[in-house]
Design a protein around this ligand. Structure first.
Ligand SMILES: C[S@@+](CC[C@H](N)C(=O)[O-])C[C@H]1O[C@@H](n2cnc3c(N)ncnc32)[C@H](O)[C@@H]1O
Length: 215
């Protein structure tokens, strides 16, 4: 039985999602291949997989904001973009042994998002490209994490998609960092969100501006 939450590595969840939603022999475009961690322990030959990333070694070096694949050609798209700003993630060093050693994985290089607005733009452009290349009824597997924003709540209303599953990845062990004066609960989970492409693109969620009655 596949449950919605547990302490497991990403690839365990990813395998479950493939088993539930991605039939063997279908086309899958992974727009953020990275180091292929999601696919560890999975027989990739069972899928018609194309691996894309802007920075790492894969099949096609491409920016997920302009994916070089034709409209409505993919059954499934995998999207795991940087989820923190380049200011928000510390490089690994002697002083910070829990930092990242992946220069580009989290958008740490000079092209990485500088602020939440740029991060939003990455999500918007990448998910729009995912929708463009997906066939009707296709599946988007998106990995994300809440930061100072409730990003999974915002993404739940992704235009042109219906959220059909939400899996909670509980971080194994204690999250890194020294003790500090705590004000809020420390987040030790992330999400796999599974969407189905809808026929209509839908309107982007905007703040509704009610007209003020004239005085
Ligand atoms: C969180 S990592 C993905 C890790 C991957 N899912 C794995 O299992 O190894 C984010 C990836 O997004 C890539 N990336 C960042 N900005 C990008 C862009 N504009 N276009 C394409 N890839 C980008 C990075 O190179 C990095 O590999």
């Amino acid at each position: 039985m596949i449950y919605t939450a547990r302490a497991e590595n990403n690839n365990g969840f990813f395998r479950d999602i493939l088993n539930l939603y991605v039939p063997e022999g279908t086309s899958v475009a992974d727009l953020t291949w990275g180091r292929g961690k999601f696919w560890e322990g999975i027989d990739r030959s069972k899928y018609n997989l194309i691996r894309l990333d802007k920075h790492t070694s894969c099949d096609v070096r491409a920016d997920f904001r302009a994916v070089p694949l034709a409209d409505e050609t993919q059954d499934t798209v995998v999207f795991d973009p940087p989820y923190v700003t380049r200011m928000g993630f510390k490089r690994r060093s002697k002083e910070n042994p829990n930092g990242s050693n992946q220069k580009s994985a989290f958008g740490l290089d000079e092209s990485g998002p500088r602020n939440e607005r740029e991060l939003d733009a990455l999500y918007a452009a990448g998910t729009a490209e995912a929708r463009r290349i997906l066939k009707r009824g296709g599946i988007l597997i998106l990995k994300t994490m809440d930061t100072e924003r409730w990003r999974h709540v915002e993404l739940a209303h992704l235009p042109g998609f219906k959220l059909i599953d939400l899996l909670v990845v509980i971080t194994k062990g204690k999250p890194p960092g020294k003790p500090y004066a705590q004000k809020r609960a420390r987040k030790n989970h992330s999400y796999f969100m599974v969407f189905r492409k809808l026929r209509t693109a839908g309107a982007r969620a905007t703040v509704s501006h009610h007209r003020r009655p004239s005085l």
